[in-house]
Design a protein around this ligand. Structure first.
Ligand SMILES: Nc1ncnc2c1ncn2[C@@H]1O[C@H](COP(=O)(O)OP(=O)(O)OP(=O)(O)O)[C@@H](O)[C@H]1O
Ligand SMILES: [Mg+2]
Length: 234
């Protein structure tokens, strides 16, 4: 299963989501590889420290991604790719191999407009992959509380993009902002991060449910492994 976290817009939360997603699958007992396609190698460093058991591969151009994916699929259960901002060629390559695209997006107009460009790249990839077109989910990130109009309007605003949004959202959380600096995952940040950790868990479970119930999905996850082992901090 190849999950690509993509959005042409910078700073929308691709790396945050990708690193947590890879960490989630590893903690569920799956063999995981992490493709850092971001070009800055910062997600590689975060991923290696946060979950040393995950194989991290730096693949900064489309050719490297296409070349490495085939062999890697045979070696692991899940490949998670962290996409770059602005590099359409790399985003295109990721969407040519992905089974599922996750598109994080903040609630502001610039983010929505740039996300629309990424959706066009997704549609192009779908048009050439008729039999194995990637599924896609939008993930709303950095929402404030419901007193803010942008937060209240976000679900309606993203509906125009034509990609189903996850019901679960990630709110603006200080602990999520701190996680890369500490090179850790919110599940390991203790009591202070309990709300962020719960939100992340809920989102991961929703993505798992989506994969498990999407018809014709090329490779379903082993759904029995879809909860954190007992004793793991959430
Ligand atoms: N829900 C959140 N709450 C608080 N901070 C967040 C949240 N999501 C992401 N951030 C912070 O916002 C910044 C941008 O996030 P991130 O690096 O994940 O985005 P990106 O899409 O990968 O960016 P780039 O396009 O530059 O690679 C980071 O400092 C991250 O810690
Ligand atoms: Mg990034």
């Amino acid at each position: 299963m190849f999950i690509a976290v993509v959005n042409q817009k910078g700073g929308v939360g691709k790396t945050t989501l990708a690193v947590h997603l890879a960490g989630w699958h590893a903690r569920c007992g799956r063999r995981v590889a992490f493709f850092d396609a971001d070009g800055q190698a910062s997600s590689s460093r975060w991923m290696r420290s946060a979950e040393p058991g995950i194989e991290v591969i730096e693949a900064f151009d489309g050719a490297a991604i296409l070349k490495q994916t085939g062999a890697l699929r045979k070696q692991v259960d899940v490949i998670v790719a962290d996409g770059p901002a602005n590099l359409a060629e790399v985003t295109r390559a990721l969407l040519l191999v992905a089974d599922l695209a996750l598109i994080p997006c903040g609630p502001t107009l610039p983010e929505l407009e740039s996300t629309a460009q990424s959706v066009r790249i997704l549609e192009a990839a779908r048009s050439v992959r008729v039999d194995r077109a990637p599924a896609a989910l939008l993930v709303l990130n950095r929402l404030r509380d419901d007193r803010f109009a942008l937060t209240r309007d976000a679900p309606a605003a993203v509906a125009v993009l034509g990609i189903p949004p996850c019901r679960s959202v990630l709110r603006l959380r200080e602990t999520l902002a701190d996680a890369p600096g500490q090179r850790t995952l919110v599940w390991r940040m203790g009591y202070r991060a309990r709300t962020a950790a719960l939100e992340m868990t809920t989102l991961m479970q929703e993505i798992e449910d989506y994969v498990a119930t999407t018809p014709n999905h090329p490779r379903h996850l082993d759904h029995r492994a879809g909860t954190l082992p007992a004793g793991q901090a959430r």
